[in-house]
Design a protein around this ligand. Structure first.
Ligand SMILES: C[S@@+](CC[C@H](N)C(=O)[O-])C[C@H]1O[C@@H](n2cnc3c(N)ncnc32)[C@H](O)[C@@H]1O
Length: 262
């Protein structure tokens, strides 16, 4: 979990959370639900945006993620946050109880996306807003493409496909828009955005992010020789985005915004 929170959150998820909230215009006093909140990345920032008169709920399936979120000190002048363990397709919140629903980099993992969207819509009040971020295809996220290529070289195509298919497995913008339209939302808008990503610790730091990936156990169990081969492959695969030992690149995500009809 620390790989995710220490390496990925400050370099990737927090800047993206700010962009998502920028598109949603949270207002003072609003009630917000953050679905698949993980370690509270969007949850904590939106709690600051809506202020002490607001109300924020973060929910996730993973008790470890929720423990991490709960362990963090609140940001000053924030809304109170309640963290709940529940699945995105069975949200433990009342009908029409929130003004905004956010979901950053969670939807691609949900086994039943239409049901999750229906649950988010149920939780929103009429006129409430939905904001969802889902990574574009891995080709649009070069550091992670480099990791996938290195995994393919050392561990084969099946492991690489598992890696690619997780976070980057739902990069189809029309399919994302269709999901919201068919789920009864209006004003559905999907845009592709790019933000810079820097791994100042270079290929080694990039490789550490595998500790938070679906292939983490496979990578952790590699022999010393295979670990070295993987490090060499990561260095080679990321050479075009590495300068003076620092990786400077970008990642791309779709951001969907939509409204529940009044
Ligand atoms: C990549 S993390 C994103 C976390 C957070 N939104 C952020 O921006 O840091 C994906 C999260 O989705 C959660 N998740 C996966 N499947 C889920 C489901 N069916 N219901 C609720 N949460 C789920 C995971 O536990 C994990 O915390």
């Amino acid at each position: 979990m620390s790989f995710y929170d220490d390496i990925m959150v400050p370099r990737l998820f927090e800047p993206w959370a700010r962009l998502l909230l920028d598109k949603m215009h949270p207002e003072s006093g609003q009630a917000v639900l953050d679905v698949a909140c993980g370690p509270g990345t969007v949850t904590r920032l939106v709690a600051q945006s809506v202020g002490p008169s607001g109300r924020v709920t973060g929910c996730d399936l993973s008790p470890a993620m929720l423990d991490l979120a709960r362990s963090k000190d609140p940001i000053d002048a924030s809304a109170p946050i309640e963290y709940l363990k529940c699945s995105a397709d069975a949200l433990d919140v009342a009908d029409g109880s929130v003004d905004l629903v956010t979901c950053q980099q969670g939807l691609q993992f949900f086994p039943n996306r239409p049901l999750a969207l229906a649950e988010m819509r149920r939780a929103l009040r009429p006129g409430g807003k939905l904001g969802i971020a889902v990574w574009c295809r891995i080709d649009d996220c070069p550091p992670f493409l480099a990791l996938a290529n290195a995994l393919e070289e050392v561990l084969g195509s099946e492991v690489a496909a598992t890696y690619r298919g997780g976070p980057w497995g739902f990069g189809d913008a029309p399919a994302l828009a269709r999901l919201a339209n068919e789920g009864g939302f209006t004003d559905v808008d999907v845009h592709k955005y790019e933000l810079p990503v820097v791994f100042e610790g270079g290929p080694h730091q990039l490789q550490l992010t595998l500790g938070a990936a679906s292939v983490a156990t496979i990578v952790a169990q590699l022999s010393e020789a295979d670990q070295s081969a993987l490090s060499a492959a990561v260095e080679h695969a990321s050479r075009s985005i590495t300068k003076d030992g620092v990786i400077r690149s970008h990642a791309a995500s779709h951001i969907l915004t939509a409204v529940k009809d009044r």
